[in-house]
Structure formats: C-alpha cells, structure tokens
Design a protein around this ligand. Sequence first.
Ligand code: ATP
Ligand code: MG
Length: 420
Amino acid sequence: MSTFQAPKGTYDLIPPRSAVFLAVRDTISGQVRNAGYGYVETPGFEDVNLFARGVGESTDIVTKEMYTLTTKGGDQLALRPEGTASVLRAALQANLHKQGNLPVKLWYSGSYYRYERAQAGRYRHFSQVGAEAIGAEDPALDAELIILADQAYRALGLRQYRILLNSLGDKECRPVYREALQTFLRGLDLDEETLRRAEINPLRVLDDKRADVQKQLVDAPLLRDYLCDACKAYHEQVRELITAAGVVFEDDLKLVRGLDYYTRTTFEFVHDGLGSQSAVGGGGRYDGLSEMIGGPALPSVGWALGVDRTVLALEAEGVTLDLPAPTSVFAVALGEEARRVLFGKVTELRRAGIASDFSFGGKGLKGSMKDANRSGARLTLVAGERDLAEGVVQLKDMESGEQRAVALDEVLDAVRAQLA
Ligand code: ATP
Ligand code: MG
C-alpha cells in the first residue's frame, strides 16, 4: 500500500464497480442525446464570481462549500461546484443563443467539487450528468426534461424513486409570497442564523432538514396559494404533459430552490433507499439566471443527476446492470513462438473490432487459463509448439467447453462466426 490515500471525502473508481459508473453515465446521456441535446464540456474551474452570481451569494454552495484558489497570476478561481452556470456562460460566450435556433439544448458529464461534511452519498468530489435547454419558455421543454430523467432511471432498472414537483412562481407573484413567508418566519422561535436566512433568502428556510424547524413550518404559507394565473396555467400544462407520458409524480408544495432567478417548475428525484442523502437528481427552470451573469433574458430549464448516488441507489435496490464482458477473446500462448504468433492474432482481432486480451507476463497454462476465466471472454485461443507446427490454434468456447483446431489464417473468420 502506498503512503498516500485519496483525499478526505473522495474515492477512486476502480474495476469492476467503475464499469457501473460508466454505464450509468452512458444510460443518462443516451436519453438526452436521443432528444437533440448536444455535448458541451467546460473547464473544471471558472472565475469565482461566475458561481457567486450564478449559484447565489447566500447559498451554502457559495458561502461554505466552494473550493477557491488564487492563481500565481492573481486570478480568483473556483473549482466548479455545479454545471449550470458554466454551461450558460459557455453558451453566451459562443453566442449560441444568437443563431436563431432557440432553445439551445446541451448536455454535460463531469466532476464537481464541494467542501462538504463527508458521509455516505455526500462527497467532496462527485459526478453529475446534466442537461440544459436554454432560451425558451415552453412547458413542453420542462416536461421533456422530467420525462427524460425518469426514462434514464427506468432504463437503469430503478423503481424505488419518486419525483417531487412544485412551482416557484415568477418575478410577478413570488415577491408577494416572499413577504408573506417572511412575516410568518419572523414570528417563529428560530436560531439566529436561521432568522438571518429568513431575511436574505426566506424560501430556503423551507428546505431546512431539522425536525424542530420543520414542525414550526407546518402552517407556513404555501407558494401555490400565491401563484399568478400565468404561472398556474404553465404549471398545469407541465403536469398534464408528464401525466400523459405516464410519469408518476408527487406535488411537493414545500419543494424550493431558494434563489431569485429560479422560477416556476422545480423538481427533485429522491430515492427511498439512500437514507438522508436521498436526492439522486434535481432541476428546474431558471429564467433569471442569464441576466444575473450579464447575458440577455433567456428563460431556461435543466437538471443535474448525481452519478454517485444513482450507483448507490442501484446497489440499494439490488439492481445489477446487464454489462457485456469487456473482453470477447482471450489468447493463451505457451512458449516463445506461440507468444509471437498469438500476440499478432490479438492485434488482428482488435483491428477487426473484436475485444481481445492476451496472457501477459509469461504465466504457465494454469495461471493463463485463470486469467482467461477472469476476463469473462466467450472464447479462448490456446496455442503451443505442437499446434504451431500443425499451423493451427485451439479455439475454445468457454460456455460450452467445446474446443477445436482452427487454421492460423482462419482465426478471424472462425472467431467472428462463433461470436455472431
Ligand atoms: P443535497 O440537498 O443532497 O445537498 P443538492 O441540492 O446540493 O443536494 P444539486 O446541487 O441539486 O444537489 O445537485 C444535483 C445532484 O447532484 C443531487 O441530487 C445529488 O445526486 C448530486 N450531489 C450533490 N451534491 C453531492 C455530493 N456532495 N456528493 C454526491 N452527490 C452530490
Ligand atoms: Mg447540497
């Protein structure tokens, strides 16, 4: 063991579990690629002010969780804690919104960093796959994203998750609600920090996880009772569209994202097998964000799904993904001449697109066959001096146990035929 360990709150993805992570990323991204979303990749760090404004000065992410650094050149940067602000920044910078093709639909996948209290399901380095639809106000777009996320979890085989849905109103109706909530919160028995939060960002108090706080919030005014007609109609359309798609959801009247530029649709995917780190993904509309980071008005909607927690959810439900073996053919060479010949065959098979591996390290037959078994390969090629003298290799089907001699120059065809 090395004297170095992965930093606190982080872990390494190693085989075989790492294959599950890849499959989760592929399954989620497969859904959005299939719906017209284009791939975007942004730097792992940004100007710290992008997040201060784009995530919000009063959020935990910005006040407590951000990894900030000053470069040798004096730039103030932060490791990205989330994806939306960066993706919107990139779209604005490339003028994607000016090409008359709104909405701009983008997806991303990558690492995110938050200085959090590390625990199961909550890490300081984690991965997300996200999707953003920028520049259109259309309830079908909100519905599309919710349906695609649901589809991704379903395709993975998850069942014990729930979709929580709410509307946050807009810049017309929310301020009225905000006032009413603030008045209510001022009358409660809350600690100083929470009272301060109630002044800066009252909606976030609704998100407080503590039981004694939640008890006091039972009679809090609800946004639903303050929604303007336009917001009500919009939300009703989103609900109808996802219902028509057969997606089951729950109205959660206290679900919030406590920032002024988050508007209307907000949703969260929670999994019931994950204890307190139950959110596997979340998203919503952010009609005011573009203007917050210096862009034009661009009503947008998006989500980010946590890959780590999705894998934990699969494990909690006992779902094993049907992953194809990474290797189809494993070559076992006995002796120097066989090594040379079979290594050549492995290269030939790989060039033909057949996943192949080789018994490296000069092991004997027993050790090499163990490697072949471990690889999960359907077929094994075995050759020793006697085989080579006859111009053949032994092709063994690992499932049936059947073995036959195949002429050296017919190996590729024989392997192809047997794998088909
Ligand atoms: P939570 O309430 O659990 O802190 P969040 O609201 O901060 O979640 P988002 O910013 O909406 O989470 O991120 C979207 C998803 O990314 C979450 O639903 C979760 O699956 C994942 N995620 C967020 N923070 C972490 C973390 N520290 N470790 C692992 N996954 C995370
Ligand atoms: Mg968080």
